[in-house]
Design a protein around this ligand. Structure first.
Ligand SMILES: O=C(O)CCC(=O)C(=O)O
Ligand SMILES: [Fe+2]
Length: 328
């Protein structure tokens, strides 16, 4: 493990190519401290060409796609009056390589490739969740390393997992833009188990809220990964996994800002996020780990009659942010 030392916060960089118990412990430690961790990408999990291909597709996204919502919405409706300067397309689960929703014309030729990428993201999430179970020392009697896997097994039923393609347009000279008010993506936390975030070299902007309340920039490629074939994949804990672990793993608030040089003109920014959720009917009983037992009783998952399903939890988070029926 190494730390990303430049700029602001030091998010650990972890190599999971040949994982051991120590790798699991390091992941749990990073998730408990920061809620964010970089997974080094030297090609063994999701290959750089697969990531490049997905970004080629994302770069075809333009504001004139009818399905893109207008006017713009924000991820932070409580604090922000104006919409985020971004467009995004969410792809739900694929079945047999087929999207289960209408696709905009520009994405139709890329359906199989996006389905494949979604599968690769899900597999990587399973590898990471297995390592979390190892690091949390879940006993073999309770399901051991497989504890999270059976609960994210897509053959058991639908889930809220989403692949989100994001485009943050460059600012045109005549853009209706208010410096220091407008933002590319408003402050928010993610809702699911874990999120994978893919970013492009030279396109920074992500910031995380660090205690007591400082916005710290997150580099795309920390120094120790500068010569890797692809930037590391950024993994963050969502609200559901934080709830499930009674707050041991942190769901950290984050946002995307305009880099200072992009405040007029500037460049488009593209990113891809995979939000991994458990199967809808998964019961969110407390994760059986000694590290979590002492924390039960706060705002986290309760046993007994109060147990929520993953689907109920997601709906409650959407309702708290947008009112019932809203969409993130
Ligand atoms: O585009 C990014 O870098 C972050 C996007 C994000 O946080 C989200 O869509 O939840
Ligand atoms: Fe996010």
């Amino acid at each position: 493990m190494s730390l990303s030392t430049e700029l602001g916060v030091q998010i650990p960089v972890i190599d999971i190519a040949n994982p051991t118990l120590k790798t699991g412990e390091e992941l749990v430690d990073a998730a408990a401290r920061y809620g964010f961790v970089f997974i080094r990408n030297q090609g063994s999990d999701i290959s750089p060409p697969e990531i490049d291909k997905t970004f080629e597709t994302v770069s075809t996204l333009r504001l004139d796609i009818p399905q893109f919502p207008k006017p713009r919405k924000t991820l932070d409706p409580k604090n922000q009056r104006r919409g985020d300067f971004k467009e995004a397309f969410n792809l739900g689960e694929f079945h047999g390589g087929k999207a289960q929703q209408p696709l905009p014309d520009v994405l139709i030729p890329h359906e199989a490739e996006l389905g494949h990428f979604t599968d690769r993201c899900h597999e990587l999430c399973m590898k990471i969740l297995r390592l979390f179970a190892l690091g949390l020392k879940i006993s073999p009697d309770d399901g051991g390393e497989d504890w999270f896997l059976s609960r994210h097994d897509t053959s058991r039923g639908p889930s809220g997992s989403i692949l989100r393609l994001l485009h943050y347009p460059a600012l045109l000279d005549d853009a209706d833009y208010i410096p220091d008010v407008d933002i590319r993506a408003g402050a928010h936390s993610d809702y699911g188990s874990i999120t994978l975030l893919f970013q492009l070299p030279g396109q920074p902007g992500l910031e995380i809220l660090t205690p007591p309340s400082t916005w710290s920039p997150v580099p795309v490629s920390p120094l120790t990964t500068a010569s890797d074939p692809s930037p590391p994949i950024l993994v963050n804990i969502g609200d559901l996994l934080s709830y499930w672990t009674n707050g041991l793993l942190k769901s950290t608030v984050h946002r995307v800002v305009f880099p200072p040089e992009a405040r007029r003109g500037g460049e488009d920014r593209y990113s891809v996020a995979y939000f991994c959720h458990p199967v809808n009917d998964t019961k969110l009983v407390p994760v059986p780990s000694e590290a979590i037992k002492g924390l039960i009783g706060g705002d986290g998952a309760a046993g007994g009659a109060d147990v929520m399903t993953a689907d109920e939890y997601l709906k409650s988070r959407l309702a708290a942010t947008y009112g019932w029926g809203g969409k993130k």
